[in-house]
Design a protein around this ligand. Structure first.
Ligand code: ZN
Length: 121
């Protein structure tokens, strides 16, 4: 399903061609855009592109923070448990890969990778 079928500009947002601003993708409704002229549509597209770029920056910041926090969790796991608590998981399919990892923090036994433990449920 395209996100254009979701709400993009809610009913309370009336469009004024030069002031169209979208601060939250949840408040956008493509159905309300059918009557726009081409300049309004270009303006809308530019604003959506800016919003997309802001979301991408936030995504990168979140991923970077998660990596740092994962490392902190891994270090504390090692200190508090006097080492990691190793276990293994095999993918439930023919020739599935086998993972050896700490069941407390998700650290891979053979590398610095840290898995999301929900992948092994
Ligand atoms: Zn651990």
């Amino acid at each position: 399903m395209s996100y254009y079928s979701e709400n993009i500009i809610n009913e309370s947002n009336t469009l004024e061609s030069s002031t169209l601003k979208i601060n939250d993708i949840n408040n956008f409704n493509i159905d309300n855009c059918q009557q726009f002229d081409i300049n309004e549509l270009k303006n809308l597209k530019n604003n959506l592109s800016k919003l997309k770029y802001e979301y991408q920056k936030k995504e990168k910041l979140c991923e970077s923070s998660i990596e740092t926090i994962n490392q902190l969790i891994c270090n504390k796991c090692f200190q508090e448990n006097d080492g990691h608590i190793w276990t293994s998981y095999r993918e439930p399919c023919m020739y599935g890969e086998k993972y050896h990892y700490c069941k407390n923090c998700g650290k891979d036994m053979y590398s610095q990778a840290i898995y999301d433990l929900s992948c092994f449920n």
